[in-house]
Design a protein around this ligand. Structure first.
Ligand code: SAM
Ligand code: DTB
Ligand code: SF4
Length: 320
């Protein structure tokens, strides 16, 4: 069989101008519209929960300006080795017991080396054996690597565009966004589901945010899962002092993602620890229907499970 590893085509039904026009709507009009789309395609009271584990932390060759794990920055995150399979099994079992339906494993790599990939594949099998969906984020992949992961039963590959194409080289210089698009093409050609989103609050303009959303929505089809991360400012990174974002602008981004990608899971991702329960509730109303669950993201804190359980109860949200 001929495998096509070209990037997903860009046939956006929404131009950047049109997404920017959504952002410019009065807040109530935008929310109403996003919630109507959300209700038409999803149970508005159901939220999917994914657990996250850093299987290889720190010491990354890349220079992503937001990231605590770049070897080029002094952020205090120690360089670790790839975890042992037994450690991953313990974490995955605990996540399942806490109620996560998907287990995501992240590595601070530009991309995996072959020997590492074989070890990670064992981890994927262990997660699948526990009856959870498996997701990986390992950086850039070649077509053969993507096929190997698909053959191991990997459900999702997370690889973010992170910001609008026109802003990308102000945030990252060691790889291009085009290279990331090629990885996404390889993942899709291997028939895995794509988890792809970005980070909001890196000093980008609204135009750049609209461009990111238009680019995501323009993948044909759009990503199955769209993580919208709020920048977690990490001391020692170039973006440590990024200007604060109006929280309503973050909600507007969730709403724009929901309207332009009606079928996708929109994940309210990094940054929840600093958000009030009320702000999170607005995000769920605007169309977010997935979260990272468990008290740690990769190197930074996430709300404790007990806080999320209480929030779900207060809002009548059902975990799925
Ligand atoms: N190294 C791989 C890569 O870059 O694709 C996988 C791990 S990387 C840490 C995964 C994603 O985490 C990034 O693409 C980015 O969207 C998100 N991320 C990293 N640091 C963040 C931060 N400080 N705030 C918000 N999101 C962050
Ligand atoms: C994604 O979009 N967000 C997650 C996951 N994919 C791997 C990572 C968030 C990382 C937040 C910063 C940290 O904990 O280091
Ligand atoms: Fe490395 Fe990924 Fe962090 Fe970039 S975002 S420095 S590639 S771990």
């Amino acid at each position: 069989m001929q495998i096509d590893a070209t990037p997903p085509p860009q046939h956006s039904p929404f131009s950047t101008d049109q997404v920017e026009a959504l952002y410019a709507l009065p807040f109530m009009d935008l929310l109403q519209r996003a919630h109507a789309v959300h209700r038409a395609h999803h149970d508005p009271n159901a939220v999917q929960r994914s657990a996250l584990l850093s299987i290889k932390t720190g010491g990354c060759s890349e220079d992503c300006g937001y990231c605590s794990q770049s070897a080029r920055r002094d952020t205090g995150v120690p360089r670790g080795k790839l975890l042992e399979l037994a450690e991953v099994k313990v974490a995955a079992k605990a996540a399942k017991e806490q109620g996560a339906s998907r287990f995501c494993m992240g590595a601070a790599w530009r991309g995996p080396k072959e020997g590492d990939l074989d070890r990670v594949i064992e981890m994927v099998r262990a997660v699948k054996d526990l009856g959870m969906e498996a997701c990986l984020t390992l950086g850039l992949l070649g077509p053969g690597q993507a096929r190997k992961l698909a053959a191991a039963g990997l459900d999702y590959y997370n690889h973010n565009l992170d910001t609008g194409a026109e802003y990308y080289d102000q945030v990252v210089t060691t790889h291009s966004q085009e290279a990331r698009m090629e990885t996404l093409g390889a993942v899709r050609a291997a028939d895995m589901k794509i988890c792809c989103g970005g980070i909001i609050g890196m000093g980008e303009s609204r135009r750049v945010r609209a461009s990111l959303i238009a680019q995501l929505a323009g993948m044909a089809p759009p990503p199955d899962s769209v993580p919208i991360n709020h920048l977690v400012s990490v001391p020692g990174t170039p973006l440590a002092d990024a200007p604060p974002l109006d929280p309503f602008e973050f909600v507007r981004t969730i709403a724009a993602a929901r309207i332009t990608m009606p079928q996708s899971f929109v994940r309210l991702s990094a940054g929840r620890q600093a958000m009030s329960d009320e702000l999170q509730a607005l995000c769920f109303f605007a169309g977010a229907n997935s979260i990272f669950y468990g008290d740690r993201l990769l190197t930074t804190d996430n709300p404790e499970a007990s806080r999320d359980v209480a929030l779900f109860e207060r809002l009548g949200l059902q975990p799925v």
